[in-house]
Design a protein around this ligand. Sequence first.
Ligand SMILES: NC(=O)c1ccc[n+]([C@@H]2O[C@H](COP(=O)([O-])OP(=O)(O)OC[C@H]3O[C@@H](n4cnc5c(N)ncnc54)[C@H](O)[C@@H]3O)[C@@H](O)[C@H]2O)c1
Length: 351
Amino acid sequence: MLNRKNIEPFRAGIIGCGAITEHLHAPDYAIYEGAVIAALCDANLARAHEMRERFAPEAAVYSDYKEMLRKEPLDGVTVTLPNVLHAAATITSLKAGCHVLVEKPMASSLAEAKRMIAAAKAAKKVLMVNQCQRRSAVHRKAKEVLDSGILGKVLTVAACFGHEGPENWSPTGKWFFNKSQARFGAMADLGVHKADLIRFLTGKEVAEVNAFTARLEKKRATVEDNFVSCLRFTDGSIGTLTASWTTKGMDADYVILHCANGSLRVNEIPGKPLVANLVDPECTIEFELPEPLSVYKDSWGFGVSEGFVRATRGQEKPFCSGIEGAKSLAIILACEKAAESAKTTKVAILK
Ligand SMILES: NC(=O)c1ccc[n+]([C@@H]2O[C@H](COP(=O)([O-])OP(=O)(O)OC[C@H]3O[C@@H](n4cnc5c(N)ncnc54)[C@H](O)[C@@H]3O)[C@@H](O)[C@H]2O)c1
């Protein structure tokens, strides 16, 4: 909610009108009174028109984002293109004077991520990465519980994200399977969410990793459909991180944290999103979750657009800054190297 009536709505552009724009960004901006979707861009113009009809009847429509950036006076853009296009679109938008919220994984390499961060600094604009799991009610509450100290030190972590594959998510998303457009498979599509979430929940950094990747079912893909890794944190504690595009029957989207005084199960037990099992006093606590950050349930209740706009106005901290996104990406890149070399690999240190 805007707290001062005299603030003009944030003029947002969206670059990429595929599945994540349809399910998250467009409805999320549309419900937020602090912003208007002023322009929509997609190489497939029909998609941009479809999003305009459904969410932003006033928006100008483009097939070329450079033209959009030249012609439209925008405050910021949300970049939702295939992964390998994130860096170029982000840097071009920053240079055009826009704040940027870019989808995960923020880039294809750390070199790209660093260029994006440098471009934001040079332009004095906000760069944020849509590591949106940080904004879900269950994860915000889990962080509060861990920060309260009742569970004590986190000793081991197991994080897993799996579903049947992007073909069930995006009708136009063939690129997800093509390494030259996606750069990674399940590892960065889903794994980067949990790499980031582990860092967010525990406040720990990963020092080194081991990993395996496999292509078990998506035989035409040129990326992995499964990924399993072992993590060692800088404080010596350890964990596992798994991502899969071949999870059948029921999606997996959980973290378990085993701590000195008990365990915290986040989204692991069906119907019980957040459960702590404590040893002293021996008890089980089922936590109530806070209200979602957006009233619009169809956009997952994350309120990412509001978080982005408020961060550009200095009203709150970015929920995931460029450097935070890069640190989470660095874990995935180390895992890739570890899998390729069959060697324990250090995670790049970013400051
Ligand atoms: N945060 C999340 O939970 C989440 C979930 C799903 C996807 N994503 C990310 O969002 C991004 C997009 O994923 P998606 O599922 O929406 O894919 P998608 O294939 O459904 O949409 C991508 C869109 O980009 C358009 N496009 C491609 N090249 C273009 C160009 N040069 N200029 C303009 N438009 C172009 C395509 O026509 C398509 O409409 C990916 O990086 C993905 O990892 C994030």
